[in-house]
Design a binder for this molecule. Structure first.
Ligand code: SD4
Length: 326
């Protein structure tokens, strides 16, 4: 009887412990990389990284670096997957999603935003000027205009032409494969070794009106934990949303995994989670991550994912490894 009582007492004490105390922590104390790091999705990340690098060299913080990279891409009105030049939804309107997260765990996100050139900066303004994390649609646009972002009804002739061609068949295929990729996700580390991240996109081409992908969703398209690392994603947003991939990658790094191993594990989990919904041949999903030491990981479902890195003053574009071969 006494033993039973002791056992129950011990159980009670156990359940009072915070659950997370059972998660293994990283063993070594990481030394923060302070010589400047920016990583961005796809080849066009090179141009974005150059803007971030300039901020770094000017003494900017990580959040300034990633915002500058996002703005650089949003300013390119010929780009069909980011900003006002992006491919429209199936009704012919370009709608934009973006988010940003800083080293203090603060986050801002804007979804389904129309006619504003710099969604990443609107996301930053939401983060810094409101008690909220996400604003969407008309309300987000109203907030943007009230905060000095001018309305801009630019239409990219190339995007308009592609939409007109799509309209002929109007085939609704929410699929992103290796030929049809977009979105810039950016992770940056400043001279204090602090991390921030941003993500900006016009989302899936010819999507249903009002559709929002993973890119502006904190934990899916982007996550930053300045005690651990940061991750971002690109690819078919629905697959990434179902698996909260960026948060998962950061949590895996917290448990001691290298960013590469964390990205690989998260891709495996994403494929498992989506198996009953989509054939793996029919979608692409890609992850990019870094830890405090400035170590980097990249992994995708299919080959073809590339990323740009600027580290310690050196810019390059690298191919990612993938779960499946070509
Ligand atoms: C979305 N993840 O809206 C974005 C699009 C993308 O490569 O990244 N495509 O689903």
């Amino acid at each position: 009887m006494k033993n039973r009582r002791n056992f129950l007492k011990a159980l009670g004490a156990l359940s009072a412990l915070p659950l997370l105390s059972f998660v293994p922590e990283r063993k070594k104390t990481p030394v923060r990389f302070k010589k400047g790091l920016v990583i961005s999705t796809w080849n066009f990340g090179l141009k974005a990284n150059a803007a971030a690098a300039q901020k770094f060299l000017d003494g900017g913080k990580a959040v300034d670096m990633v915002e500058a990279a996002g703005r650089e891409m949003e300013s390119d009105l010929t780009e069909l997957s980011i900003g006002l030049g992006g491919l429209p939804d199936r009704e012919g309107h370009t709608t934009l999603d973006a988010c940003i997260m800083n080293h203090e765990g603060k986050a801002g996100s804007v979804c389904f935003l129309e006619q504003i050139m710099h969604p990443v900066s609107v996301a930053r303004a939401i983060m810094e000027k409101t008690p909220h994390v996400i604003l969407v649609g008309e309300g987000a646009q109203q907030f943007a205009v009230a905060n000095g972002f001018p309305k801009d009804n630019y239409t990219n002739p190339a995007a308009e032409k592609a939409w007109q061609e799509w309209l002929i068949k109007s085939e609704y295929k929410p699929i992103i494969n290796i030929e049809n990729h977009d979105t810039i996700g950016i992770l940056g580390q400043d001279a204090d070794g602090n991390l921030s991240g941003a993500c900006t996109t016009s989302g899936l081409a010819f999507k249903m009106r009002g559709r929002v992908g993973d890119s502006p969703i904190i934990g899916s398209g982007l996550y930053v934990d300045n005690k651990v690392g940061a991750a971002t994603a690109t690819g078919l947003g629905e697959t990434i949303l179902r698996s909260c991939s960026s948060f998962l990658i950061v949590e895996l790094m917290r448990q001691g995994l290298h960013p590469q191993a964390a990205c690989e594990e998260a891709i495996k989990r994403l494929v498992e989670i989506n198996a009953s919904i989509l054939k793996v041949e029919d979608y692409q999903a890609c992850f990019l991550a870094c830890n405090l030491e400035g170590e980097v990981g990249a992994y995708s479902v299919h080959p073809g994912f590339t990323y740009a890195i600027w580290k310690d003053g050196k810019p390059e574009v690298l191919p990612s490894k993938s779960l499946l071969n070509g």
